[in-house]
Design a protein around this ligand. Structure first.
Ligand code: NAP
Ligand code: SF4
Length: 672
């Protein structure tokens, strides 16, 4: 019987020797557990939870076939028999949970961040300080053999197949395009020659591993770099890879060095499925669409439109291991949705930390905070404040079995989430709020809105109090700043209580200053592809065109006192998007600034010691925040069992990730 809501998503499909029960692949993600002591056990738990959560087929994070291909020193390899033995714990756990799992073979090539990296040619990547050594002819053949051996070892380890990573600008991709392959031997020159490297790998794996083994190939269908592959080459390669023995083609979008967002929140959901759709009909094997699929409705729409046969989601499985089961049970409102922020997953990997998830801190720490844990003794708990920290604390306390009452002086739950969701490209915060609302109902939290509670009311009635009263804006004072018509706070701006003029100065260039600049300048933005220069007709090489102008009609100046790069503290993998967006819209940034006075519509300041003036209609103050600790002292004096979390505990370096994590920790600290 067809699923009533998602008939295409829950239609079984045959991939090689496997009958998959639905169309969802959990895409490859490096978690950082791969290289940790005891990491294999943790990974086994991590993948098994996702298999039990409904993923039809899981693809592991990238594993290198040899030492040269690891992404960083000590990176995971599948090169020797003992590697295969170590992986068995993963494949066993996934199979016991009823799932299927393929190992991704990834050779970083010139992206490998170490001094002994290699490439088809000795051309350094713009995102790597290590220049690669050009592989000799024998070196190329040795690398092909290493891929094949790696697949054989994966088979011995119990994997159901492999994914050959041929996209995102890694070694195989580097062989395919002229920009990185200037060889004149049999591996370079014509496209026919350049594609021999992946073809020999796929052919060799098929021969070595036999028919009952999935060979998935991730094909870069849109390079998004100058002089990347043409569409004709993509089609030629797809057909040849199918002929070489692949069972399924996954989509790769954009090289890592591309300066176009491909997975950030600002990418519309399912946006890149037009690329996979264009390949439909060119091959007979199933195609997988990827990038910014984060809910069952978007997956269903893509499948229904014929864009692909399967959908790959990676980060959404960090946010919610049960995303597929919840869709199948028609309770999509209970899905904890990936908001595409990259803050706790990719940004962690770049900092060499274990990947987790902003909205689900349990991800990769399944053993530390098991989902089925229960409170030793159910307590009556008051949570004060319903921002990210309070919502997380209330939900987790109630999940553990405590009786929870949640108080907020506002008329709606969400705290700073309600501001964040107003920022263009951050609308996914609506989903986080929707999730928490569902959880409050599901776990029976009593919610009291429009109610500010006193220390007296909290004393005696509750066994424990969790204070999550958040932050308030830091006051900013210079002569003239008392003019409340000209000086406005970010809260009033984002709540659209102020009709902001055409000339604006923003004081403070932290996360909120950037958000406000984005909010005030997005009038120039049109279509996402046009704004970033993506050729949806796929006629241009690499799929890139000149971006359309998106200059804002407002003149916006973003100030900071410190002398570093403006926006330098933003996330590693998304900061560049925010900085480029503001630059393209004409926002001017100023660092090393000292503010002096505001006088008759003119802001007086010095920049690097030089006196400057700027005529503006409004000055928006985004000068950081201070903790709201109003109740702390009184409650402590009264001997209340108190925990303070999120911004209320420490406003410095606060963000939603820390707030949600601290809410969860407070709940578990009550005893399980
Ligand atoms: P923030 O990131 O700490 O930035 C505060 C800004 O105000 C800085 O530019 C600071 O720079 C300036 N400032 C500090 N004290 C000042 C003073 N007395 N007078 C004038 N300027 C002053 O804080 P935020 O922007 O309020 O953001 C709060 C938190 O939310 C941050 O942790 C942020 O990371 C997070 N957030 C994150 C995102 C995101 O995209 N990930 C978005 C929004 C918010 P100078 O001292 O150099 O002037
Ligand atoms: Fe998604 Fe952000 Fe979680 Fe990463 S950290 S999985 S992008 S919600």
């Amino acid at each position: 019987m067809k699923h009533p809501l998602y008939p295409h998503l829950f239609e079984p499909i045959q991939v090689a020797h496997l009958t998959l029960p639905n169309r969802v692949i959990m895409g490859s993600m490096h978690t950082g557990l791969e290289e940790q002591k005891g990491g294999m056990q943790a990974l086994a738990r991590f993948y098994a939870e996702r298999a039990a959560g409904g993923a039809a087929l899981i693809v592991t994070g990238g594993i290198s076939p040899n030492r040269e291909g690891v992404l960083g020193p000590g990176g995971a390899r599948m090169q020797r028999k003992h590697h295969a033995r170590e992986h068995q714990v993963i494949t066993d756990a996934v199979h016991q949970a009823g799932g299927r799992i393929c190992m991704q073979i990834l050779h970083g090539g010139r992206y490998s961040y170490h001094p002994f990296n290699v490439g088809p040619s000795a051309i350094q990547a713009p995102i790597n300080r290590f220049k690669p050594r050009s592989l000799s002819n024998r070196g190329v053949q040795r690398t092909i053999k290493a891929f094949i051996k790696s697949a054989q070892l994966a088979q011995i380890a119990g994997y159901d197949g492999v994914e050959v990573m041929g996209s995102e600008g890694y070694l195989i991709n580097q062989f395919l395009v002229e920009a990185t392959n200037t060889r004149s031997d049999r591996w370079g020159g014509s496209f026919e020659n350049r594609m021999q490297f992946p073809l020999e790998i796929v052919r060799g794996i098929r021969e070595a591993c036999g028919p009952d083994f999935v060979v998935m190939y991730r094909l870069s269908m849109l390079d998004l770099i100058p002089n990347g592959s043409s569409w004709e080459e993509v089609v030629l390669l797809a057909k040849a890879i199918e002929k070489a023995g692949a069972n399924v083609l996954n989509t790769g979008i954009g090289w890592h060095e591309a300066r176009i967002p491909t997975i950030a929140t600002s990418v519309p959901r399912g946006h890149f499925s037009f690329v996979t759709k264009k390949l439909k009909g060119a091959v007979d094997i199933p195609l997988v669409a990827t990038n910014r699929f984060n809910n069952p409705a978007t997956c269903e729409a893509a499948l229904q439109s014929g864009a692909s046969d399967l959908i790959s989601m990676a980060r959404p499985f960090l946010a919610d291991p049960e995303i597929v089961n919840k869709a199948e049970a028609s309770v999509a409102n209970e899905i904890n949705t990936c908001i595409g922020c990259n803050q706790a997953c990719l940004d962690h990997i770049f900092k060499r930390k274990v990947a987790t998830c902003l909205v689900n801190p349990r991800a990769s720490h399944e053993t530390k905070w098991p989902l089925d844990a229960k409170a030793i003794k159910p307590l009556h708990v008051a949570v004060v404040g319903s921002g990210p920290a309070g919502l997380s604390a209330a939900t987790e306390c109630a999940r553990l079995g405590h009786r929870v009452e949640l108080f907020d002086e506002s008329s709606e739950i969400g705290g700073q989430f309600n501001l964040a969701k107003k920022i263009p490209g951050k609308e996914e915060f609506h989903e986080t709020l929707r999730y928490f609302k569902s959880m409050l109902v599901k776990f029976g939290v009593e919610v009291h809105l429009d109610q500010s509670v006193t220390a007296e009311e909290l004393t005696g009635q509750f066994d424990a109090v969790i204070l999550a009263t958040g932050v308030r804006p830091r006051p900013f004072k210079i002569p003239g700043s008392e003019n409340q018509k000209a000086f406005v706070g970010y809260i009033d701006v984002l709540k659209e209580k102020v009709d902001v003029g055409l000339r604006v100065a923003i004081i403070g260039a932290g996360g909120i200053g950037f958000d406000v600049a984005d909010f005030l300048s997005h009038d120039g933005d049109g279509d996402f592809s046009k704004a970033w220069g993506i050729d949806e007709d796929l006629e241009a090489r690499g799929g890139i065109l000149k971006p359309e102008s998106r200059k804002s009609k407002r003149e916006i100046h973003l100030f900071q006192r410190s002398s570093g790069k403006v926006g330098g503290g933003l996330g590693k993998t998304t900061g560049w998007i925010h900085r480029k967006t503001l630059k393209d819209r004409g926002v001017q940034t100023h660092s090393d600034v000292e503010y002096h006075k505001w006088d008759n519509g003119v802001l007086h300041y010095t920049q690097s010691g030089n006196p400057c003036t700027l005529e503006v209609d409004h000055v928006v103050v985004c000068a950081g925040q201070e903790s709201r600790q109003d109740l702390v002292e009184d409650l402590t004096r009264r001997g209340v069992n108190l925990q303070v979390v999120g911004g209320a505990s420490n406003a410095r370096g606060l963000d939603a990730q820390r707030a949600i994590l601290e809410g969860l920790e407070a709940a578990y600290a009550l005893g399980t």
